[in-house]
Design a protein around this ligand. Structure first.
Ligand code: ADP
Ligand code: MG
Length: 676
């Protein structure tokens, strides 16, 4: 037997079973080994029948009497009386008439199942049955649970995998030996046995640790290698010019924060290197990322390079274009705006200007990646709210340059360091961990739903003073249709009862993009007083006159998301308020208390990561793509251990040719990651 052996070489695998396994993507012995169980069930302690208690149990007994009867059409019930030295009990199986034949011989079997009160008496229902032998596979042990393979019982999958035990004992090591030794990890072979057929929970845990380490190590090594490859590419050299930077900064109506200075410095350094920059700018909402990007674009323009700045929505693109035009045009830097709304002759003219290098900075939406957009000399690409774009879209924009241009990806989602390593390992990271001076902290309050009257009064006071408010409704369950119902109901309630005399807008994800834009525009212009919305309002919108953020069912949100929503207010000169209304009047959790206390997005992301897992901090879809079987992205310690070794591997120039399996895995990850 080898890893590459087809499944029908395995004892007990007939054509039918092989077909079912193939449908689940399992074609070889090696595929089966890599089909790791997600959990163990503990049936490892056999107890005398006299001591059995309700719950999961394993007994060792023989069968005294067994009968099968038909209770109704298509339902056969087999009942048996099982006996050991201490007593007797009743077991039943549904539609397993073959049990009768199996049990009649009178020899001892193990029975593993759930003992509980059913049909007026205690019984063992549908227990697994296995003859007593040297190594039990289905009973009397820690039983691995596998992901469902359609058409096959777990027992079959377990049995087939257990047949591969001899192969497990001979598996070659896939990690460098010194890593295994120094990290005191199980060898691949020990780990394979320990995960599929563990004798003790400790053995199973160490096996999982080894696999988790390996997964994370591969991921981080792939990122390191991407980074290395990127550093060998050629890009445009954009020399640092103190004068240009100085005049730009002097022209600003405010002082840059230290964090902004540091980030700008890091970017301008990268510009000089000759290899393409690959940098993520992380900064909380309102931390001033746009200025940093603008400063870099100005430097590029002064050397004749064009910049492209892509934003996920039209309204954001328009805002950026206005901000950047104000900042840059005084220096003769020409800013253009390309969105779906730029049509006809205006669009043609803009295309021509871009192609002839008559605009230096082009701000736009997805419209930027269309084939008709041809840059003369694209040197710098900025992607705002980068998680809103797919890898392909990023690549299409980067491909509009002769060489690989410099890339700055920006995000307002603070991500803890350990997560950033696994998700964005190939990027350099700059962090804006400081808000501009003079911002009034947003007054955040957890609010009981019983006290809504008072809350509406407070909001009305703000509206009366000329301010605006957001009201956010959450997804009550996972059904998007219900989300729309809840936001529409809220809209109706506020519109017809609470704030009759006010203008109210309604926004949700199922609306067409231009409908959404129109509603947002009208709110941004101050034509509506209240915007009732789902979380679609989250991204980057700037309405400085909005001072109230009211969030219904706040306990259903992750802290990072609440923090993002809160960042929609507090953007102007006025004091702002964030009201987090609970879904019931019980005391709010410790977790929610954190957001009342803290305005630090990184801190809140750490708390979320610890308490709710990485999906909360980072979009579920995206981290799902990494497809980790064992490792958890919240396992910070393991991530740092693996990171150390990934660095070692690259820095000491280890040769991947020696590690065939590792190389294959890494290639898979390299294709998956963000930028190459
Ligand atoms: P974000 O990081 O959320 O994209 P923006 O770039 O939109 O933030 O900036 C938010 C607001 O803060 C803008 O109105 C911008 O002009 C202002 N701003 C940026 N930097 C500073 C600063 N250093 N001091 C004062 N205001 C600033
Ligand atoms: Mg922004």
């Amino acid at each position: 037997m080898r890893l590459s052996s087809p499944l029908d070489h395995i004892k007990g695998v007939g054509q039918k079973t092989a077909e079912q396994l193939a449908l689940a993507g399992l074609h070889t012995a090696g595929d089966l080994l890599d089909f790791l169980p997600y959990r163990l069930e503990d049936y490892s302690t056999t107890i005398p029948i006299a001591e059995i208690e309700p719950g999961k149990a394993t007994i060792k007994a023989h069968c005294e009497k067994v009968t099968t009867r038909m209770v109704r059409r298509g339902m056969k019930v087999t009942s048996a009386v099982l006996v050991d030295d201490s007593g007797k009990l009743q077991a039943v199986w549904f539609n397993q008439p073959y049990r009768e034949v199996q049990l009649k011989g009178g020899q001892d079997f193990y029975f593993s199942g759930t003992f509980d009160f059913k049909y007026n008496r205690y019984q063992l229902t549908n227990p697994t049955v296995e003859a007593v032998k040297d190594v039990q596979v289905q009973t009397d042990r820690l039983l691995p649970l596998y992901r469902q393979v359609k058409g096959l019982k777990t027992q079959i999958v377990r049995k087939v995998i257990s047949e591969l035990r001899p192969l497990m004992t001979m598996l070659p090591e896939t990690l460098p030996e010194n890593i295994v030794r120094q990290e005191k990890l199980y060898s691949r072979s020990e780990a394979m046995i320990g995960i599929h057929m563990p004798e003790t929970p400790e053995q199973a845990a160490r096996a999982r640790e080894r696999f988790a380490f390996e997964e994370i190590f591969q991921l981080l090594l792939a990122a390191q290698l991407n980074k290395d490859a990127n550093n060998k590419l050629k890009s445009y050299v954009i020399p640092f010019e103190q004068e240009t930077v100085k005049t730009f900064v002097a022209g600003l109506p405010f002082h840059l924060t230290n964090a902004q200075r540091r980030a700008a410095w890091e970017i301008l350094q990268d510009f000089e290197q000759g290899s393409p920059m690959n940098r993520l700018l992380q900064g909380d909402v309102g931390s001033g990322k746009t200025i940093v990007a603008g400063l870099a674009a100005r430097q590029a323009a002064s050397h004749g390079y064009q910049s492209a700045i892509m934003a996920p929505t039209e309204i954001l693109a328009v805002q950026h274009a206005e901000t950047l035009a104000d900042l840059l045009e005084p220096f003769g830097v020409r800013v253009g705006l390309l969105t779906g709304s730029v049509k006809g002759q205006a669009r043609k003219t803009l295309y021509a200007q871009i192609e002839n290098n008559e605009v230096d900075v082009v701000v736009g939406t997805h419209a930027l990646i269309q084939g008709k957009v041809r840059f003369k000399n694209l040197g710098f690409v900025v992607i705002d709210e980068q998680h809103r774009f797919g890898v392909a879209q990023r690549q299409q924009l980067l491909a509009k340059s002769e060489k690989m241009p410099h890339l700055l990806a920006m995000t307002a989602t603070p991500i803890p360091r350990s997560l950033a390593l696994t998700l964005y390992g190939e990027l350099e990271v700059s962090i804006l961990n400081e808000l501009p001076a003079g911002r009034k902290p947003i007054d955040t309050k957890l609010w009981s739903p019983n006290n809504r009257e008072k809350l509406y009064k407070d909001i009305e006071a703000q509206l009366a003073a000329g301010r605006q408010a957001y009201v956010i409704c959450s997804l009550i369950d996972d059904n998007p249709d219900n989300e729309i119902k809840s936001v529409e109901a809220e809209y109706k309630k506020l519109n017809t009862m609470i704030f009759k005399h006010r203008k109210i807008g309604l926004l949700h994800g199922k609306m067409k993009p231009d409908e959404k834009e129109a509603v947002m525009q009208s709110f941004a212009r101050g034509e509506t007083n209240i915007l009732v919305s789902t979380t679609v309002v989250e991204v980057g919108v700037n309405v400085p006159n909005a001072t109230v953020m009211m969030i219904e069912n706040a306990d259903r949100f992750g802290l990072s998301q609440l923090h993002q929503l809160r960042g929609r207010v507090g953007r102007g000169e006025h004091q702002s308020y964030c009201y987090l209304v609970m879904s019931d009047s019980s005391a709010p959790s410790q977790r929610l208390r954190e957001i009342e206390k803290s305005t630090d997005g990184f801190h809140l992301a750490e708390v979320d990561l610890e308490l709710r897992g990485p999906g909360e901090v980072y979009g579920k879809a995206q981290h799902g793509a990494l497809n980790l079987q064992v490792a958890k992205l919240s396992d910070t310690k393991l991530i740092h251990r693996a990171q150390k070794w990934a660095k070692w591997f690259v820095e000491t120039d280890q040769d991947l040719l020696y590690y065939k399996e590792l190389a294959a895995q890494i290639e898979k990850y390299q294709r998956l990651t963000t930028l190459n």
